[in-house]
Design a protein around this ligand. Structure first.
Ligand code: AMP
Length: 395
């Protein structure tokens, strides 16, 4: 294909995007950025290939601007930015593909409707992912749009990692473990193969620690287990999501403490995790800066749950050779990385403090029996690669 690919990763309060030129079967980053603080005071920052800011825009006090309106602006800007190479296709991150979608797909109305049927399984993300596809379809009805699923990378996990221990008839209706953050893990698997081919074939845990946080056990570059399950609520303590908790606690909240199902959903997705435990913030930087003991407890819970989940994944791997940190916290928070690795010391994992402080690519000490790496993730390039490959195959 010729022309540029626009990758869109539309979340609840931000839209990340990347514009990629295509050629020779490869995609190359041209520009990209983030529209953030949607619903508060939207702000757009666009950076070029060198990382220099080439455009900024603020919508001060415009809390009412919808994702759709902002996307229209963004799409207009993107089309102007590379006038000599018009946008040939748009790729989207779509969080949930259910059992029906285990590979990227060219979206049409029928597919969009099927994906809308999965919104209840990812209420924080899926509606925004799909709204972005609808917004672009309104602006450019003939432009090919490709949905790339976060669940797809985990689709071939061993059966035992997909089963939920409830009556079989529910499993047959799709109530099973799917796993998420798959585009990030697929990128990490490819980046690891390029940078450290000897490690890529081994037993690897990738830790995607951002507002949403999960881990993936990879063997030979394939997902064999992951901490998120049926929804993106399971597993680690997150920014505002609870992570794993006794399902009996949810029943108790609903049956005996008067919460409606909608209130329980809000509690578990938006009011729990670091925010709920600290009573202060979901942002880990704010918690580090605070002297409130509840902030310290929230950080302790985050590290404890991450190390505990990593230890669980070791069962699926039969040990651990390499631990990779990625995403906002994983790439930038040396103190949190140290707190997690410290709790995995019994595995023989140890950090080089100086390398960790510098956010070096390899942060394990020479004596460490586990390689500990930091690899910045790039979901947008993964979306662009999939979009190009799919359209090259179908065109
Ligand atoms: P993400 O969802 O990947 O954008 O990650 C968001 C999380 O990363 C938030 O908790 C941020 O506080 C954290 N984060 C982002 N940048 C930094 C940084 N420079 N230092 C520490 N934490 C950071």
């Amino acid at each position: 294909m010729t022309g540029a690919i626009l990758s869109i990763n539309s979340g609840s309060s931000s839209i990340k995007f990347g514009l990629f030129e295509t050629g020779d079967g490869h995609v190359q980053y041209a520009a990209g950025g983030k529209l953030e603080k949607i619903g508060i005071s939207p702000r757009l920052d666009v950076r070029d290939r060198a990382g220099d800011v080439i455009a900024t825009r603020e919508w001060v006090g415009k809390a009412d601007l919808t994702h759709e309106t902002l996307l229209e602006d963004l799409f207009g800007w993107a089309q102007e930015h590379l006038p000599h190479r018009p946008i040939a296709a748009v790729g989207h991150r779509v969080v949930h593909g259910g059992t029906g979608f285990t590979a990227p797909v060219l979206v049409d109305e029928a597919i969009l409707q099927q994906l809308e049927g999965l919104c209840a399984l990812a209420p924080l993300h899926q509606p925004h992912n799909l709204a972005a596809i609808r917004a672009i379809a309104r602006l450019a009805p003939c432009l090919p749009q490709v949905a790339c699923f976060d669940t797809a990378f985990h689709a071939a996990m061993p059966d035992v990692a997909t089963r939920l221990p409830i009556p079989r008839k529910y499993g047959e209706q799709g109530i099973r473990r799917y796993g998420f953050h798959g585009l990030s893990y697929e990128y990490i698997a490819q980046a690891l193969q390029e940078a450290h081919p000897a490690l890529a074939g081994g037993r690897v845990i990738a830790a995607h620690l951002g507002n949403g946080a999960s881990m993936c056990a990879m063997h030979g570059g394939r997902s064999v287990d992951t901490t998120m399950g049926f929804t993106a609520l399971d597993g680690l303590v997150m920014g505002t999501r609870s992570g794993a908790l006794d399902p009996g606690a949810v029943l108790h909240l609903v049956q005996h403490m008067g919460l409606s199902a909608a209130e329980a959903e809000a509690l578990l997705y938006r009011e729990s995790g670091l925010l709920g435990l600290s009573g202060l913030s979901s942002d880990i930087r704010t918690l580090h800066a605070s002297d409130d003991p509840h902030a310290a407890q929230a950080l302790e819970s985050f590290a404890w749950s991450a190390a505990r989940q990593a230890a669980g994944l070791c069962v699926s791997l039969g040990g651990l050779d390499t631990l990779v940190f990625t995403a906002g916290i994983g790439e930038n928070d040396a103190a949190m990385r140290a707190a997690i690795v410290d709790r995995l010391g019994w595995l023989g994992a140890a950090l080089d403090e100086d390398a960790n402080r510098r956010h070096a690519a390899v942060i394990s000490s020479a004596q460490s029996q586990v390689n500990v790496l930091v690899i910045p993730t790039d979901e947008e390039v993964m979306i662009a690669r999939h979009t190009q490959r799919l359209l090259a195959g179908s065109g």
